[in-house]
Write a protein that binds this ligand. Structure first.
Ligand code: NAP
Length: 367
């Protein structure tokens, strides 16, 4: 038997999938049936995973995609463009950029967790028009204006040196966007992506968001959606930056955490001391802030979202494997017994093979 959201108990077994699917409305029958093999009475909705553990799976919000193709983009107008680092002398230049999409079909149809396409002006080294680049939305579903007319994104200027020539390398689109003045138009496509979004019913889950750098962008919108809806679930954001001056949206997150007792904002600074703890990566917070994060992660309703630098997920998964036992861990990770015997030896190449995240872990990482 499993308890579904309306409180009914549904018995798993032949023919029960349809009944369960009808009981919980939006969840598809196939999704419900996948992997069911044993019985349990816990959790708001879910299936029994291969190891027999009840895994509560979220039904995601429906995300619209490709309203505008890159070949037929629409135009938005820059209405705000400002640094969003905690200090003006941060190691990187990261800007919060708001774009008015009034009069386009994008109004009210962009969800946090999705990205928007930007097509910079000009041509590339081969004389061809620049291709589209994708940027994570930082705005909540209701937009920055409350009406879905103003979307936003978080852009870090890509500035580097060519390895061989020592010449300056400036990323085309990040610098194009960061240079845009209020009132200027930009070509937009999208939105893109439908898997890295919040569940349809916010209150049925608790949330652990883990970000490094600009990986905070989707979580800003998601957290505003959750708190703005009056969601009473516990929501934790662990945010990692090299220096405290590089924290993004720091004042805003601090203010939200003071206003909402259910929102825990935890920072991890990698190149400065974090009080008594010394230098920290985001995954170290699972140890230093275990009293907040471990009960949350042990909850059968919790979803984990990870966004930022490729590689961060390995350390997070290792820390989860060290600290969560049995069913609590199996909610998020299915680990081969041999790999479980030596967690410290895990490599990134083992992810999705010996170490498989479940559907309660949402991952968006880029190099
Ligand atoms: P950043 O400011 O340089 O911050 C990254 C932080 O992560 C630093 O504190 C860094 O520490 C730390 N870090 C490095 N390796 C780590 C590891 N293995 N585990 C945990 N923490 C680690 O970040 P950024 O330049 O903004 O880069 C953010 C990344 O997120 C980019 O690669 C971007 O493409 C990606 N991103 C993805 C999405 C998406 O998928 N939708 C959206 C936005 C951003 P040290 O440098 O001190 O070692």
């Amino acid at each position: 038997m499993v308890k579904v959201p309306n409180g009914q108990m549904v018995k798993w077994g032949k023919g029960s999938c349809k009944q369960a699917a009808q009981s919980i409305g939006e969840m598809s029958e196939s999704a419900l049936c996948s992997g069911m093999s044993s019985t349990s009475e816990t959790g708001p909705r879910g299936h029994a995973g291969e190891g027999g553990t009840l895994v509560a799976e979220p039904v995601l919000r429906t995300a619209e995609m490709h309203i505008y193709r890159p070949t037929e983009p629409t135009l938005g107008t820059i209405v705000r463009n400002e640094l969003c680092t905690a200090g003006r002398k941060a190691a990187g230049f990261v800007r919060h950029i708001e774009i008015d999409v009034s009069g386009t079909d994008l109004v009210g149809r962009c969800l946090p967790g999705q990205s928007i396409g930007v097509i910079p002006e000009g041509v590339d080294a081969n004389g061809k028009p620049h291709k589209v680049r994708l940027y994570s939305l930082a705005s909540p579903s209701r937009g920055e204006d409350g009406e879905g007319k103003v979307i936003s994104t978080t852009v870090k200027r890509a500035i580097d040196e060519h390895w061989e020539t020592h010449g300056l390398f400036l990323g085309v689109c990040s610098n194009y966007l960061c240079d845009r003045k209020v009132g200027e138009k930009v070509k937009l496509s999208g939105p893109n992506g439908k898997r890295f979004v919040l569940p349809a019913r916010f209150d049925e889950h608790q949330y652990v968001f883990v970000a490094t750098g600009t990986g905070i962008a989707p979580f800003r919108g998601m957290i505003k959606d959750l708190l703005g809806s009056g969601c009473k679930s516990t929501i934790a954001l662990v945010m990692g930056s090299p220096y405290s001056t590089d924290l993004l949206y720091h004042d805003e997150m601090t203010k939200l955490s003071k206003e909402h007792g259910n929102f825990k904002y935890i920072t991890a600074i990698s190149r400065e001391s974090n009080g008594a703890h010394g230098k920290l990566y985001v995954q170290d917070r699972f140890r230093t802030d275990a009293e907040v994060l471990m009960p949350l992660l042990s909850d059968a309703r919790t979803l984990v979202y990870i966004c930022g630098l490729a590689g961060m997920e390995l350390g997070i998964f290792q820390e989860m494997a060290r600290r969560l036992k049995g069913e609590a861990l199996e909610q998020y990770l299915k680990v081969d017994p041999a790999a479980m015997a030596d967690i410290g030896a895990w490599q990134r190449s083992m992810l999705h093979k010996e170490v498989k995240p479940t559907r309660r872990v949402f991952l968006e990482v880029y190099a």
